[in-house]
Design a protein around this ligand. Structure first.
Ligand code: NAD
Ligand code: 89Y
Length: 343
């Protein structure tokens, strides 16, 4: 039987929402029935561009009962109130990273949603990049054995400030903006971590927060990983938005190289694998690798909502990723190793 698509409200018609709207138009089992933004003209422009029948100047329309889910694509300081609004009206939520400005707020959001039984997923799309799905497959095959060490490195100098000017004024900037993606990847690849050491740097002048950070993680399985992120690294050509690095196991290793290339070392040999872009007509370089991950993230949300299973990056699971970011800030402030048990 034909099941009607779930109807969604998209909240926040800013820079990144354009990728969400393109992705929703190809997500099976869902459609966006309305968009909203505090700037209602902005909402109207996106509604027109994406042929969405309704637009509004507030998310209060969630009270109408017309929506099966809400996609929150606003910056972190708005998430607690918006998720609470959705929870009040029993509407399942997918909400962009970073989850909230600090871990206590994340915990309140999770407790509130859990008490009401409303599903909430954090839109954490980097683990849905094809390259990390392929790495996960290689790790699951056992080819490189039990993991011992890894490094995930995001260093570039894109002018992030033109598209996302709010980052200039964000005190918890780089660890929240890209560090959180890397910490989620570290958990996706190596499993949970329990202790963090971190140094933060403000390289560009005039920023409210850090634009670079180096984070050392101790994982539960005794593996060590390093996450390093920077928006002040001048490389030509610019490697944005690639996450580079290496993963070492007892039987082999994987290098993550430029050009979405994996160099897999095992059984005394090396093998090269190159990941191809999906080839969507709405993606464009250099953003393709990120854009291609958005439909997969949203499809996971809808499929899991329909099946009643657990989201990979449920709000509750994301508390563990967030704890690593929170511990990173506390380590940078105190100059010592911080365990997640202390938080
Ligand atoms: P933006 O500032 O360009 O857009 C946010 C929009 O939300 C604005 O138009 C604003 O008016 C609107 N808004 C704010 N509060 C609202 C409310 N209560 N109700 C309705 N509308 C409201 O921000 P952006 O750059 O699009 O980023 C949004 C989020 O997406 C951020 O958390 C950012 O970190 C994240 N992001 C994620 C990725 C990724 O790859 N996952 C990439 C870029 C941005
Ligand atoms: O904000 C960042 C993110 O989350 O992904 C890419 C980005 O938009 C710029 O680096």
């Amino acid at each position: 039987p034909q099941i009607r698509p779930l109807k969604g409200l998209l909240v926040g018609c800013g820079f990144f929402a354009r990728n969400h709207l393109h992705a929703w138009s190809e997500t099976k089992g869902a459609e966006i029935a309305a968009v909203c933004d505090l700037d209602v003209e902005r909402a109207g422009r996106y509604a027109e561009e994406f042929s969405i029948p309704q637009w509004h100047g507030t998310a209060e329309v969630l009270a109408s009962g017309a929506f099966d889910f809400v996609d929150i694509c606003t910056t972190m300081e708005t998430h607690e109130a918006l998720v609470a609004l959705a929870v009040r009206h029993r509407v399942p939520v997918i909400v962009q990273k970073p989850f909230a400005p600090d871990i206590d707020t994340c915990r309140r959001i999770v407790a509130n949603a859990k008490a009401a039984g409303v599903p909430v997923m954090v839109h954490e799309n980097f683990r849905f990049q094809k390259i990390f799905r392929r790495i996960r497959e290689i790790l699951d095959s056992g080819e490189i054995g039990e993991l011992t060490f890894g490094r995930l490195s995001w260093r570039n100098a894109i002018d992030v400030y033109s598209n996302q000017p709010y980052l200039l004024k964000t005190e918890r900037f780089m660890i929240m903006d890209v560090g959180i993606h890397m910490l989620d990847l570290a958990r996706f690849l190596f499993g949970d971590a329990n202790a963090v050491s971190c140094l933060r740097q403000s390289v560009k002048e005039g920023l409210a927060g850090e634009d670079a950070a180096t984070i050392l993680l101790r994982h539960d399985n005794a593996a060590t990983s390093i996450v390093d992120v920077s928006y002040a690294s001048h490389r030509f050509p610019n490697p944005f938005p690639q996450t580079l690095g290496e993963i070492e196991g007892r039987l082999g290793s994987i290098q993550i190289l430029e050009g979405e290339t994996l160099l897999v070392h095992s059984e005394g040999r090396q093998r090269r694998e190159t990941i191809e872009a999906d080839g969507r007509n709405w993606t464009s370089d250099p953003w393709t690798q990120i854009q291609d991950s958005v439909p997969r993230t949203q499809q996971h949300f809808i499929d899991t909502l329909l099946s009643g299973g657990a989201f990979e990056t449920s709000a509750e699971d994301s508390l563990q990723t967030y704890a690593l970011a929170e511990a990173a800030y506390r380590s940078a402030e105190s100059g010592r190793l911080v365990t997640t048990a202390e938080l």
